[in-house]
Design a protein around this ligand. Sequence first.
Ligand SMILES: NC(=O)c1ccc[n+]([C@@H]2O[C@H](COP(=O)([O-])OP(=O)(O)OC[C@H]3O[C@@H](n4cnc5c(N)ncnc54)[C@H](OP(=O)(O)O)[C@@H]3O)[C@@H](O)[C@H]2O)c1
Length: 257
Amino acid sequence: MSELKGKTAIVTGASRGIGGALGMALAKEGMDLVLAARGRAVLEETAAGLSRKYNVRVVPVACDVTRQGDLENLAATAIKEFNKIDALINSAGVSSQYPFQEQPLEDIARLMYTNYFGAVMLTRLMINHFIENKSGAVINITSGSTLVDPPPRNFIVYSSLKRALNAFSKGLFWELRDQGIKVTSIMPGVTDTALTGGLAEISVDRSRLMQTGVIEDAVKFALSVPANVCPLEISVINQRTPWTSPVIPYRQDHPKE
Ligand SMILES: NC(=O)c1ccc[n+]([C@@H]2O[C@H](COP(=O)([O-])OP(=O)(O)OC[C@H]3O[C@@H](n4cnc5c(N)ncnc54)[C@H](OP(=O)(O)O)[C@@H]3O)[C@@H](O)[C@H]2O)c1
């Protein structure tokens, strides 16, 4: 029997892509879920489908992670519906690719509020629940682009915010390490989802992209290990991923001008 069976998790960005795949993988393990994303119709359909297929309880909550009020509602609903939440998985995220001097001003705010604020604020809203229970796991889906130094050209706002989220996650683990709470950053290489579909650099050869299965395995591993062996960071990369393949040996590929 899966050790995850009967446990509960909140998954943001759960309507498609990595979060969608994680929702399915965890439901398959017998976990009850709270799924969050902005698009209510897809979310409700996803939740009903998982619930039917895997005989678990799945609660959809429409939530824009850039809005504090929505995050407060998500946290309160999750605790009210399940009484105890065992894991928070922050996967909601957006991407964009611009030379910095051309990056639209509103794009910077969108990245900051979705990819950093959303994860940190929701963690803040859940953390006292985990402290009270003396257990809980926070998993932040950051990015393999954080392994590239200097940050990949045309991705510096995205990538530096993901680095910030890595730093936050590690700091949170150390701050709460005596409270039984695990905190893990998962750093996927470029993965075949809608998010990468529009990125010029990688749309050339989609066979180089990773599939979500390995990220599902990393998340299940992080959720399963005891708190005293908490993996702080898990890189989920392959040698063909466009950003990380050049890391060993080091070389960055950039979009053609
Ligand atoms: N794909 C990759 O290559 C890759 C690599 C490394 C890291 N990541 C990270 O992995 C995470 C998931 O990416 P993905 O590839 O799965 O993207 P995706 O396929 O575009 O899915 C993004 C998910 O996030 C939700 N979302 C977007 N903005 C939101 C908001 N403001 N509030 C709530 N939900 C929101 C979307 O649903 P709605 O639009 O309905 O809100 C959707 O469910 C992101 O944090 C991304 O940075 C991705």
